[in-house]
Design a binder for this molecule. Structure first.
Ligand code: ATP
Length: 275
């Protein structure tokens, strides 16, 4: 299967450079490799501050790695010409956690959703408007919402606009960085159903950065874990999955607050069998 997007041994350091640098440099990612193939749904987990969003920014070309390479369809993204970058943008779209920070507050919703259609497709104005109406419907918004400004909508509604914008050019891969976790549960399920439909219909691949183990179980084929600047797990998600690396196991335990830890389970089993 085609590898759509791959980080190959990427390194990232922050700080410690230049005259105004504060403090020593900090290595956030050390030789991290992660790839997503056509049609695959991959979850990237890691404790807060483990470097998940940094890896996402590198894989989207929003920041450059200090070492290693990111490739889209086999081509290094920082050596791409304008046509290569358009193919990259058409192949990979992203949705982030903070919807209001991701849209221009002065642009109407219709214009925001049509943005990638204008830049990345040959659709004319009428075709773009029809596609925007269809996308609004897909994410559960009304056609009239095309005329609203982001400031007049709730955070959840603007997040749906961001999802519609990402879906607009029919990308082969969508990266979602905690993009559904702030939505209420009903909406999360609606959006996940929508994404599952795209996966079934178009074979869209997904890279989810998430703290939600239900999403991993329900949606993902593979799960990777970042810890201390390195990828410590990268494995298929079976009907039940477990990790070998101690930090990944601890993370999974912490993600399942309702489930008693093995130690607690043992103790309650003892108390049940105690005379
Ligand atoms: N632009 C930056 N300048 C300096 N340090 C940064 C920058 N961006 C991220 N960092 C640091 O890199 C580390 C990883 O941050 P990152 O946001 O990638 O983690 P994360 O795993 O996505 O965390 P969370 O789950 O809390 O969103 C953190 O220690 C963070 O402070």
């Amino acid at each position: 299967m085609t590898i759509l997007l791959a980080a190959e041994a990427v390194e990232k350091r922050y700080g410690g450079q230049g005259v105004f640098a504060k403090g020593p440099s900090k290595t956030v990612l050390r030789g991290v490799s992660l790839s997503v193939r056509d049609g695959e749904s991959v979850a990237l987990l890691g404790a807060s501050g483990s470097g998940k969003s940094t890896l996402a920014r590198l894989m989207l070309g929003l920041e450059r790695p200090d070492g290693g390479t990111v490739r889209c369809l086999g081509r290094p993204i920082d050596a791409m010409d304008a046509a290569g970058r358009r193919t990259f943008r058409r192949t990979v779209q992203a949705v982030f956690q903070d919807p209001l920070g991701a849209v221009n507050p002065r642009h109407r919703i219709g214009r925001i959703i049509a943005e990638p259609l204008r830049h990345l497709t040959g659709l004319d104005a009428r075709e773009r408007a029809a596609r925007v109406a269809e996308l609004l419907r897909l994410v559960g918004l009304a056609p009239e919402d095309a005329d609203r400004l982001p400031g007049s909508m709730s955070g959840g509604q603007v997040q749906r606009v961001c999802i519609a914008r990402a879906l607009a050019p029919e990308p082969r891969l969508i990266l979602l960085d905690e993009a559904v976790s702030n939505l209420d549960l009903v909406l999360q399920l609606q959006i996940l159903d929508l994404l599952a439909g795209l996966r079934d219909r178009l074979g869209t691949a997904f890279l989810f950065i998430t703290h939600d183990v239900r999403l991993v179980r329900r949606f993902c084929d593979r799960v990777a874990v970042l810890h201390d600047g390195g990828l410590v797990e990268d494995r298929p998600v079976g009907p039940s999955f477990a990790f070998d690396h101690p930090a990944a196991r601890a993370l999974l335990d912490a993600m399942l607050p309702a489930a008693p830890s093995p130690a607690l389970r043992d103790r309650s089993a003892e108390s049940r069998t105690a005379p």
